[in-house]
Unconditional design. Structure first.
Length: 231
């Protein structure tokens, strides 16, 4: 249960979300990252699970998110990027479509469910998008193809992030060994610990010039939405 490869794998997943969310809060400064958590209990048939929690909740309801095209795009990318990172980089690799899936055993089921609800809310607000294959083809290609191409295209991204994740996993494993309850264990990044992790990821974002690449995808998704909704 406490195998370091499993810890590294869930860290890859959550840092996939976190990387996009760091860029999200830069564009939307009223939103902030509250905490990052991983745990080995209440995980729906997987050994480890976790979350990146943003705040305030009032700005992050589905109805609020879809009011802003940029925020909508960031949320779609963030929800997918956890499973994408895990499929590309984690030691316990799984196919992205076995992670980001509706099935109960999928580690990304919650992400998939949220993405489905977000899309449903978007279609409720803009019913003219229903059946618009030009919109959907572009939307899905950005999330499932172009986002992957961005990460794969940065040759040293895996190496830079792996250094951070390996160190974090070792720290967590040491903390587990010192814990009185290793079977119901959680590790939380808040306040100084959260800020230090975000700083480390931000340095990777800057060194790999990811901001320009991800912001470009967000703009493309926003433009695709703008193009196909009624004025």
């Amino acid at each position: 249960m406490n195998d370091i490869k499993e810890i590294q794998s869930i860290l890859w997943h959550e840092i996939g979300h976190l990387l996009i969310d760091i860029l999200l809060i830069e564009k939307h400064p009223k939103i902030s990252i509250k905490e990052i958590l991983i745990r080995n209990y209440k995980c729906e048939n997987v050994s480890w699970c976790g979350w990146v929690k943003l705040e305030p909740k009032s700005l992050l309801t589905f109805d609020e998110v879809i009011k802003d095209k940029s925020l909508t795009a960031f949320k779609f990318l963030s929800l997918y990027s956890g499973c994408l990172f895990q499929s590309l980089y984690a030691p316990n690799k799984i196919r992205v479509d076995n992670c980001f899936a509706f099935k109960k055993t999928a580690i990304g089921k919650g992400d998939h469910d949220q993405s489905s609800v977000l899309l449903s809310k978007l279609l409720e607000k803009h019913p003219e998008l229903r059946g618009n294959m030009q919109f959907f083809d572009c939307h899905n290609s950005i999330i499932k193809n172009e986002l992957s191409a961005v990460f794969i295209g940065v040759s040293d991204l895996k190496e830079k992030l792996n250094f951070i994740i390996s160190n974090e996993a070792k720290n967590i494993q040491t903390d587990i060994l010192a814990s009185n309850n290793s079977k119901q264990y959680h590790y939380i990044y808040k306040e100084n610990k959260r800020d230090a992790l975000i700083k480390s990821i931000n340095e990777v974002i800057d060194n790999c010039k990811l901001k320009e690449l991800i912001d470009g995808l967000v703009l493309k998704m926003s433009d695709n939405l703008e193009k196909h909704i009624s004025k």
